[in-house]
Design a protein around this ligand. Structure first.
Ligand SMILES: *Cc1c(COP(=O)(O)O)cnc(C)c1O
Length: 375
């Protein structure tokens, strides 16, 4: 990763000297399954309603700082009231504000890697210490007792459910134990919650635990990654703290209008989410079938993506891009994810393309190998 120039390294705050210069490594491709977006886009009826709402929105006035109409709609959906909801410029802003408000020097955030890299990034920006409770390297599952132990010693803990990129859920019973053990706040990041089995959300614990914070986004199931809108459900005084540190106008008028319309029309999004969920099962089964003749590991997932381990993953990713114009995410460089690729579940056609390409690219193990060994 490129580094800051020596001149600027001397000028920035000391804890920022080793920051990487962000390089998204983006190449336009025919099929993009690299960022867990919803490749279906917004359904036509919802899109028409959003366009109408955007056309009626004036941009000469500042936005409502707290997006109160949107808060009310989100609250009604989740069976709560405005005081328990805060909206942000993507889930990322809310994660940053969470660390800004509740982390900082001398505080510790516990996380469960491999997981979403933004947690450690925002911790480093806010000089929050990080305690890592590693997943099992084979099953990718968390060590519940170690997590409860870490939660007891930490100021904050973030669990991701379903986890990005391993795909597993944080069981509600585990989150309950964490809420009881942690002297500070427990965040459950449910960015992919809409793709998970019903009943797996930790929202049901919000009434019982005022130290629980649940994060959501409209970037995934709602196909609004480009509009930048996320929200948090939490106790009113936690919401107040997140409101106090935020940039006043971070959620612009166009985003508020689009998000409000999308959330009102949330039922319109159910069919594509259901298709992605059934495609996920189909792709998982096809990859398991491929694993009978190829060296390949795939983990089950409750999100709109699958984690796959193949020999020479970086080269496989490069060839998928250059020979098939398919982009997937390479995690080979990340600790605990050697030779891992994350593949977003797309439309049936996109999924067929990636399955066919992997079938072509991965050398057949088994019979052909033994022939080679014989000759
Ligand atoms: C995508 C994602 C988010 C939020 O993304 P935004 O686009 O900023 O809303 C949060 N957590 C995880 C684990 C994600 O994958």
């Amino acid at each position: 990763m490129p580094q800051l120039s020596p001149r600027v390294q001397a000028l920035v705050q000391p804890h920022l000297r080793d920051l990487d210069v962000y390089d998204p490594n983006f190449t336009p491709t025919r099929i993009n399954l690299s960022a867990n977006e919803n490749t279906y886009d917004v359904p036509p009826a919802a899109r028409a309603a959003i366009d109408e709402a955007l056309a009626a929105t004036h941009t000469n006035r500042y936005p409502d700082p707290l997006s109160n109409e949107l808060r009310d709609e989100l609250a009604a959906w989740h069976g709560t009231d405005r005081a328990h909801v805060i909206v942000g410029n993507g889930g990322d802003e809310l994660l940053y504000n969470f660390l800004l408000a509740f982390g900082g020097p001398g505080r510790t955030l516990a996380i469960c890697p491999p997981t979403f890299s933004e947690y450690a990034f925002f911790a480093s920006l806010t000089q929050t210490d990080v305690a890592e409770v590693w997943r099992d390297p084979e099953t990718m599952l968390a060590d519940d007792d170690a997590l409860v132990d870490a939660a007891g010693k930490a100021n904050l803990i973030i669990l991701t459910s379903p986890n990005n990129p391993t795909g597993d859920l944080a069981p509600v019973a585990l989150v309950r134990r964490l809420c009881e053990a942690c002297p500070g706040l427990v965040m459950v990041d449910e960015a992919y919650g809409e793709f998970a089995a019903p009943g797996s959300s930790c929202e049901s614990l919000l009434d019982a635990y005022d130290n629980l914070v649940v994060l959501h986004t409209l970037s995934k199931a709602f196909a609004l990654a480009g509009a930048r809108c996320g929200y948090v459900l939490a106790a009113p005084d936690v919401v107040e703290a997140l409101a106090a540190v935020r940039q006043l106008y971070s959620v612009n008028v166009l985003t508020q209008a689009a998000a409000l319309t999308a959330v009102r029309l949330r039922d319109e999004f159910a069919p594509t989410v259901a298709t992605i969920v059934s495609e996920r099962a189909r792709v998982l089964a096809a990859l398991r079938e491929l694993a009978r003749t190829r060296e390949l590991t795939v983990w089950p997932s409750e999100g709109n993506f699958l984690l796959v381990r193949v020999p020479g993953a970086s080269e496989v990713r490069r060839r998928l891009r250059d020979e098939f114009s398919i982009l997937v995410r390479d995690f080979s460089y990340a600790p605990g994810l050697a030779d891992c690729l994350r593949v977003t579940v797309g439309t049936p056609e996109e999924n067929d393309a990636v399955l066919a390409a992997l079938g072509e690219l991965l050398p057949a193990a088994g019979p052909s190998d033994s022939l080679q060994a014989l000759s």
